[in-house]
Design a protein around this ligand. Sequence first.
Ligand SMILES: [Zn+2]
Ligand SMILES: [Zn+2]
Length: 146
Amino acid sequence: MATLPIRGSCLCGAVRFELTAPPLFMACCHCSRCRKAGGGMAATVAVRSEDFRWVAGREHVVRYQPEPPWKLIRSFCGLCGTSLGEPDTNVEGGGFPIAASALDDDPGLRVVLHECVADKPAWLDLCDDAHQLPGPTHDPGEPSSE
Ligand SMILES: [Zn+2]
Ligand SMILES: [Zn+2]
């Protein structure tokens, strides 16, 4: 069980946030877009909007809105480039993805899903028992095409 609040921050420390309740679940995406944005793979926790709170540096958060058909917005610290996920965005279902890599505390849950496993680089081995999907759940189209 996680100790609350669960704190998160960027590399330079300008951006800080808190989760006031445990996330809903944790998943990893291995598509080429998440790999580039996340620096290897994108481990994210799904957070309810009412459980997310900015502590500092919201003005430094930059949002990358891709051209269609891609739709997943990527947020990062404009000073140090740390991936933050998609905070502050209303996603259908009432939650949004936060980069697990930006968390300072253990969120108390573990990866339950690997998606886009067919697009996973050869140098990465998956060593857990989490469910694996060959394709994406977030963006349409072929995950490997740029
Ligand atoms: Zn930063
Ligand atoms: Zn992805």
